[in-house]
Design a protein around this ligand. Structure first.
Ligand code: PSU
Ligand code: MN
Length: 304
C-alpha cells in the first residue's frame, strides 16, 4: 500500500502518537466551490482543526500518488488547476496506474483515510440517492462506502438536491448509524432541518467517540454519519434555498447533465442563483464540521 501512498510526516507522527487526525476531502476543492473561495475554505478547515488541537489531513490523488495530508503548495495547486478529475472509488486504480490527479469524493477519501488509519473525516455534505433515482439509478458511491469502510463522517447532512428520505432509507438498509449532533432532525445542509428525524440525538462529542469505539470493538463493519446542523446565524431561508435548488435541478435535467457531473453542476447553479449566499453558508458549515470532527477525534484518542 505504501508503494502508492504518501503520508505527510506531521500526519504520520500524529497517528503513531495517538494524536487526533481529521481527514478532509478534495472534491469540495476542485468541484464543490469556485476559485478562490475553494482555497480559502480548504485552508480555513485545516486551521479550525488545528485550533481544536487536531492535525488536518486533506486527501487527494496527485500524479498517481494517494496523498494523505497536503502541503500548502499542493493545496493551492488543487484549488487553481482546472479539469482535475472527480475521483470516486472506481476511479482510483486507473488514476494511480496512469499517474493522474484526482479530487477525492467522500467515498474515496474514506477509502484512503481508512488505509492510512484515520478514523474521523469532516466534509460539507455527503452524496446520496438522487431525486428520481427510481428511473436513473443515480445513487452515490458514498453510501456504499459508508456501508463498508470504518470512517466516521461529520457532515451538515444531505442537500435537497438529493432525495433525503430515500438516502436515509438506504443508510438504514446498509446498517449505517446516523446520529444527529444536538438535533432530532437530520440536517439539510443549508438549513438545520430536513423534516426527517434521526434515531439518536447525541448532545456531546464524547458519546459519539464512544459509539465509534464500540463499533470498532465489536467489529461492526462500516462508517457512521454524524449530522451536524449549520450554525443558526448562517442558516438560509428554507423557501429561498429550496426554490433555488428546484430551479438548479430542473436546469440540470433540461441540459441533460448526467452522472458524476450532476452534483458539481447543480452546486455551481445554486451558488449562481443565490448570488453567492449559498457559497457563504457552505463555507461556514464546513468550518463548523471541521471543528466538531476534531473534537470527536480528540475524544476518540482519549479512549485508547
Ligand atoms: N455535496 C456537496 N458538495 C460536494 C459534494 C457533495 O454539498 O462537493 C461532493 C462530495 O465529494 C461527494 C460527491 O462525495 O460530491 C458525491 O458525488 P456523486 O453524487 O457523484 O457520488
Ligand atoms: Mn452519481
Amino acid at each position: 500500500m505504501l508503494d502508492y501512498m504518501d503520508i505527510k510526516p506531521e500526519v504520520k507522527r500524529a497517528l503513531e502518537e495517538n494524536k487526533p487526525v481529521v481527514a478532509l476531502e478534495s472534491t469540495i476543492i476542485s468541484h464543490g466551490m469556485s476559485y478562490p473561495e475553494n482555497i480559502e475554505s480548504a485552508k480555513t478547515c485545516e486551521s479550525e482543526i488545528r485550533k481544536e488541537g487536531g492535525v488536518p489531513a486533506t486527501i487527494a490523488i496527485i500524479g498517481g500518488r494517494m496523498k494523505v495530508g497536503l502541503t500548502d503548495e499542493e493545496l493551492v495547486y488543487f484549488g487553481e488547476t482546472k479539469g482535475i478529475r472527480k475521483a470516486s472509488r472506481r476511479d482510483v486504480p486507473m488514476l494511480i496506474a496512469s499517474k493522474l490527479d484526482g479530487a477525492t469524493t467522500v467515498a474515496t477519501t474514506m477509502l484512503i483515510a481508512n488505509l492510512a488509519g484515520i478514523k474521523v473525516f469532516a466534509t460539507g455534505g455527503i452524496g446520496g440517492v438522487h431525486r428520481n433515482a427510481q428511473q436513473t439509478f443515480d445513487i452515490s458511491a458514498d453510501l456504499m462506502e459508508l456501508a463498508n469502510t470504518n470512517v466516521a463522517v461529520v457532515s451538515a447532512g444531505v442537500k435537497s438536491i438529493l432525495d433525503i428520505g430515500l438516502t436515509l432509507e438506504y443508510l438504514e438498509t446498509q446498517g449505517v448509524p446516523v446520529i444527529g449532533y444536538g438535533t432530532n432532525d437530520f440536517p439539510a445542509f443549508y438549513t438545520r432541518k430536513s423534516g426527517y428525524s434521526v434515531d439518536y440525538n447525541a448532545d456531546s462529542t464524547e458519546i459519539i467517540a464512544k459509539a465509534i469505539k464500540v463499533k470498532e470493538d465489536l467489529n461492526i463493519k462500516g462508517g457512521m454519519v454524524i449530522g451536524n446542523p449549520i450554525p443558526e446565524e448562517y442558516e438560509m431561508d428554507y423557501d429561498f434555498i429550496n426554490n433555488a435548488i428546484d430551479k438548479a435541478v430542473q436546469d440540470a435535467e433540461k441540459k441533460g447533465i448526467k452522472g458524476k457531473n450532476i452534483t458539481p453542476f447543480i452546486l455551481s447553479e445554486i451558488h449562481h442563483i443565490t448570488e453567492g449566499k449559498s457559497l457563504y453558508s457552505n463555507k461556514k458549515l464546513v468550518y463548523n464540521n471541521a471543528r466538531v470532527a476534531a473534537k470527536i477525534a480528540k475524544e476518540l484518542c482519549a479512549l485508547y
